[in-house]
Design a protein around this ligand. Sequence first.
Ligand code: NAD
Length: 487
Amino acid sequence: MSVQPAGSHFIHGAYVEDAAGAAILSLNPATQQEIARVHSATPELFEKAVESARKGFAQWKKTSPSERAEVLRKAAQIMRERNHELSVLETLDTGKPLQETLVADAASGAEALAYFASIAATANGEHINLGASFAMTKREPLGICLGIGAWNYPIQIACWKAAPALAAGNAMIFKPSEVTVLTALKLAEILKEAGLPDGVFNVVQGDRDAAARMVTHPAIDKVSLTGSVPTGRVIAQNASASLKHMSLELGGKSPIVIFEDAEIDNAVAAAMNGNFYSSGQICSNGTRVFVHSSILDRFLDRLVARTKGIKMGDPLDEATQMGPLVSRMQYDKTLDYIRIGQEEGATLYYGGNTPEVAECPNGLFVEPTIFTDVKDTMRIAREEIFGPVMSVLSFDGEDEVIARANDTEFGLAAGVFTSDLKRAYRVIDQIQAGTCWINNYNLTPLEMPFGGFKQSGIGRENGHWALDQYSQVKSIYVEMGDVEAGW
Ligand code: NAD
């Protein structure tokens, strides 16, 4: 099946092709077949995107927040109307089951567009009383923002960046991951149909080299990355040469702490969601599951019973609950970690194999995998795997588990399960993570800011905080009296 877009890039309201750039193949992870082929942006093509964004920004920054909201609201509506088509495309591109993409990808993207439409006009400044005179503050957009996406939630990431950027009056050039090049182009189509002026949202494709060049372009005022910690470090270094604004949404190795008084079925469900949804390819996953030793056996019995029921299969079949991994690289990396875990002495308690899926013989499937007897020092408990691999660790004391949960360079997310709300809050309060859940896991309502502490990132997406990340404050002093001079 081919889903070839009309051009590799979307610039100034139209698809653009430039075959001079290196080819980027889009493979369906369920079949390994090529479904599209695009080209990485050459410096000349990126220059066109920048020129267009300059024009787009000049027009867009003059619009009122209510006018911007109108466009975003319309785009959300179109995206919802096209949800099925967009979900199928996302499934073909990422391998995630349609059962998931129908509710979690374009649907979340549409929510972001609608949410930022609803708060765009609330982001006003303040009046500061200085006695006879006064000052005021106003928010201004940053200019041209470069969004760089990861491959696990392609259209959602594009929307989570574009919606606040556009609501705040910026232009955005979005570069999708080279692994999933397709759906950001659809967002550009939809925004145009919703009435967005040409140039305000452009999409360019790019491999790592092309992306690195984009980051240093002098016309770019802000870089917003969703990606891994090593990429975040390189981008921070490159963007600092011209002191660009920056948001970094990076990786994690997040803890879920399950106390002896937790509702165990809820804790099991959350641990499964936080390790196996999207075949484990979620940045905020709770891949270190700390279970109180007194309930460990009970927890594992229920966890395995439910994990056995997970239906792997053709991602386009709506009955399929778990699809393949996104790419050969991610598949090999996951299998490497499963081997490393065993070599380190952890017990491979469940899974770990590459199942044959009759409908997709070449699919990159890895079973949901559970390790027990995991020690904090093992690589499977310290490094981000980004596959369906759960490490279960046991603990006895509250202070002990807080210290162990915090013993990581990451700080993206954390979860606590207990029936004692005081304890839940006391524990979460001491955990070094930017996004936390009590008695649930991995829910990301648009109203709630999302992002990491420590090496997991800088800045926040979603909530009103995201508008702050895409605007700057201008202070204006207004003199109501005379100017005094001492000479
Ligand atoms: P990655 O870091 O390999 O690539 C991310 C993006 O950065 C891609 O578009 C890539 O082309 C680009 N890139 C790579 N090198 C670059 C450079 N030098 N300059 C500019 N751009 C460059 O990450 P990935 O494999 O696509 O995604 C998985 C990672 O993303 C995981 O670590 C995951 O935790 C993280 N992630 C984080 C969040 C979050 O919100 N915190 C969400 C999803 C994924």
